[in-house]
Write a new protein. Structure first.
Length: 75
């Protein structure tokens, strides 16, 4: 196991992985249909979507975290 201090990094990586996987699959299915070659098109799409999602999450997390903290701490 990894130290708890890396939890946020792993959260961003796994969340980016999952969201890019699901979203690229849905978008490919909507745009091209679920027919021959769907899995290959999905994988190809996901190969580009995951790095973009990962970079976006790492860049946006420090900006969004304080905003969420402010909103969530109000009572």
């Amino acid at each position: 196991m990894f130290p708890k201090k890396y939890a946020q990094i792993f959260f961003i990586i796994f969340m980016s992985f999952g969201m890019s996987f699901i979203m690229s699959g849905i978008i490919v299915a909507i745009n091209t249909g679920i027919a021959d070659g769907f899995v290959n098109r999905w994988f190809y799409s996901w190969m580009f979507a995951f790095p973009v999602a990962l970079v976006a999450a790492f860049l946006l997390a420090p900006i969004i975290r304080p905003i969420v903290h402010k909103i969530a701490s109000r009572e």
